[in-house]
Write a protein that binds this ligand. Structure first.
Ligand SMILES: Cc1cc2nc3c(=O)[nH]c(=O)nc-3n(C[C@H](O)[C@H](O)[C@H](O)COP(=O)(O)O)c2cc1C
Length: 186
């Protein structure tokens, strides 16, 4: 099997990280991979916000925690009540991908960017995990203030986010793939 396929098959969501920050060269490569994802009409609609500042990361966590607590969803509420609750699993780097809402495919484009970045991280020996929790925060008034503080451009909407860092756990075994999800028409 070639290295690209090995990277795709070996990538797992990592939820425990070492405290060490990833190096800037690796960060640049991850962002480069995100920017080179395919995108509708070649509009390159994705915007990347890299957060490595501990205070901002804590702030994001606290905002998410508040939302989880009043979400009305039992599993979210239970998670938020846990002492160790941390939406970004204490990873040192958090990257938000937003997309130009004027682009008809900005969600697809941003999602392709995210997957490219997860695979780039795996290829560099780093762990990563897609984090969607902020999606409930950004549409709210508090979320709009946070968006401004983070410098996300006005015309851009949140697409998704991911965390990156050195793995501090054995990657979990992947769940078996679902059956009957393929139909080949020849
Ligand atoms: C759109 C999307 C949202 C996700 N959101 C979260 C999240 O908020 N927190 C989390 O721990 N994992 C999140 N994940 C990771 C999934 O739980 C994970 O990809 C899935 O369980 C399969 O495991 P694997 O990535 O190790 O193959 C998300 C994945 C996707 C694609």
């Amino acid at each position: 099997m070639n290295e690209t396929l090995k990277t795709i098959l070996n990538r797992r969501s990592i939820r425990k990280y070492k405290i060490d920050q990833i190096n800037n060269n690796d960060l640049d490569l991850i962002i480069e991979a995100g920017k080179y994802a395919p995108c509708g009409l070649n509009q390159q609609s994705s915007h990347f916000t890299v957060i490595q500042n501990k205070k901002i990361l804590e702030k994001i966590n606290n905002i998410c925690k508040e939302f989880y607590l009043k979400s009305g969803v039992k599993t979210f509420e239970q998670r938020a009540k846990s002492e160790n609750f941390n939406v970004y699993y204490n990873a040192p780097t958090f990257i938000i991908v937003s997309g130009d809402k004027n682009s008809p495919t900005y969600i697809n484009n941003g999602s392709a960017s995210l997957e490219n970045m997860l695979l780039a991280a795996e290829s560099l020996g780093l762990g990563s995990c897609w984090i969607h929790s902020l999606s409930i925060v950004f549409p709210t008034e508090e979320g709009k203030i946070l968006k401004k503080e983070l410098g996300i451009p006005d015309d851009y909407n949140f697409v998704g986010a991911a965390i990156f860092g050195y793995k501090n756990m054995e990657p979990p075994l992947s769940a078996p793939r679902k059956e009957n999800t393929l139909n080949i028409i020849r």
